[in-house]
Design a protein around this ligand. Structure first.
Ligand code: 8YV
Length: 314
């Protein structure tokens, strides 16, 4: 029996591409992004996308595949997919939640500790010979007893909060409604949360509803001795306001794995010594990417097997 045809949008590691080829007839969306390179007859046979969330997937592409029924995303965030439009066309969307929660939360905590304790700068202090020639590394800051705010208490936000409880911090969180927590302080206003904490960690989902939710006012409310950590999406932060706050020392520091434009981030961030920059690698471990690839394939297999989708978004 011929294997179902799927269209992939980016390359995969061997541990994904081989099982994908074993299960499906795999085609690649043109690297140019030009839909017209695919003839109509080919496009009509495609019922499912294996998507990676790194480009915009809207009506133009969706309409180019008249028999499309499933968009299986590799990643928990699906903010680049027009899910409402897909739903209007009866197209299902899946993502890969849960399997990456721990890694993303681990990196968020790692970024906070590295920023707050100057770990990257201390490594350079040793390597440069400064320790021998100039003595002790400048004192840094403690995390114990600090009030930490989590913007968005979904899977990842909750995992970050649970980890930081282990550092004897006081956990606050922002969400529209109060959640069941082990005594964490709820705020239904982000500025109120920012005023109440020394560290604000962004863990909301990306998309139009959270665009620049970390506004100039929120950044100013964190204050000159405060830190901002972003493990969500670059779109959630007003980057102009952030850079101004960092340049004018209105914010002590910023650590992020995501940016407004990736991978060519705003060059001003590269010149600041009070920032810690990561290349969108929160889920970037062998173990987690294997699980993500497996879950994406399992959703595709469920779809073609007429079975319930494992992790549907719509
Ligand atoms: C993706 C991400 O996992 O899962 C997400 O939403 O932000 C990313 O970590 C990664 O880009 C997949 O290639």
């Amino acid at each position: 029996m011929s294997k179902p045809h799927i269209l992939t949008f980016e390359t995969y590691d061997d541990w994904d591409s081989e099982p994908m080829r074993n299960c499906f007839t795999v085609h690649q969306f043109p690297v140019s992004g030009n839909l017209q390179e695919l003839d109509q007859g080919f496009r009509e046979q495609i019922k499912a996308f294996a998507f990676k969330g790194h480009s915009i997937l809207g009506a133009e592409i969706i309409d180019g595949f008249p028999n499309l029924e499933l968009i299986a995303n590799y990643g928990v965030g699906y903010d680049t997919i027009d899910v409402d439009y897909a739903s209007s066309k009866g197209i299902r969307v899946t993502n890969t939640p849960d399997v990456l929660t721990d890694d993303v939360a681990d990196l968020a905590v790692g970024m906070l500790l590295a920023l707050n304790r100057g770990i990257v700068g201390a490594d350079a202090w040793v390597r440069s010979g400064n320790w021998a020639s100039n003595g002790a590394y400048p004192l840094q800051r403690t995390i114990s007893g600090v009030a930490v705010g989590i913007a968005g208490l979904g899977r990842i936000g909750r995992a970050v909060a649970s980890r930081l409880q282990g550092f004897n911090t006081n956990i606050h969180y922002y969400s529209r409604s109060e959640k069941d927590t082990p005594g964490w302080s709820h705020h239904n206003d982000l500025i109120d949360l920012a005023r109440s904490v020394d560290v604000l960690i962004v863990a909301v989902s990306g998309g139009p509803e959270t665009e620049k939710i970390i506004s100039k006012e929120v950044i100013n409310a964190i204050g000159a001795d405060g830190l901002l950590v972003n493990c969500a999406r670059g779109s959630t932060v007003d980057e102009e306001a952030l850079i101004h706050a960092l340049e004018t020392k209105a914010l002590r520091g910023f650590a992020s794995d995501v940016f407004n434009s990736e991978p060519d981030i705003d060059k001003r961030l590269l010149t600041l010594d009070n920032v810690l920059l990561q290349p969108h690698q929160s889920s970037g471990t062998v173990e987690t990417r294997m699980k993500m690839g497996q879950l994406q394939r399992d959703n595709l297999l469920a779809f073609f097997g007429g079975k319930p989708l494992l992790t549907p978004v719509n």
